[in-house]
Design a protein around this ligand. Structure first.
Ligand SMILES: [Zn+2]
Length: 87
C-alpha cells in the first residue's frame, strides 16, 4: 500500500473521530435541564427562616446541604430562626 493512501485513510479516520467528538460535546450542551440530584443526596432538614423586612416565615423541609443557602424574600436573604445546633 503506498504511503499517501494510508495518510488519506488516517486523515479521514481522524476527521470522523473529531466530528463524533464535536457532536457529543454539542449534545451535552443541548441537554436542557441538568439531572436532579440523587434522592440520597438530599437531606431532610427542619429549618425556619424569617424575612427581616416583612416577618414572613418559611420552613425548609428538604435541602441539598445540612446548612443550605437561605431563601430570599423581599429581595433580601431570610434570617435563619432555627438554631443550627438544633438540627
Ligand atoms: Zn419579606
Amino acid at each position: 500500500m503506498p504511503w499517501p493512501l494510508v495518510n488519506v485513510i488516517l486523515a479521514l479516520a481522524m476527521a470522523y473521530l473529531l466530528l463524533r467528538m464535536g457532536a457529543m460535546i454539542l449534545g451535552s450542551f443541548a441537554r436542557p435541564v441538568p439531572a436532579p440530584p440523587d434522592p440520597g443526596e438530599l437531606r431532610k432538614v427542619r429549618l425556619t427562616y424569617r424575612c427581616s423586612i416583612c416577618s414572613t416565615e418559611v420552613r425548609m423541609t428538604m435541602a441539598n446541604d445540612e446548612v443550605p443557602e437561605p431563601p430570599r424574600h423581599c429581595q433580601e436573604d431570610m434570617e435563619l430562626v432555627t438554631p443550627v445546633d438544633d438540627i
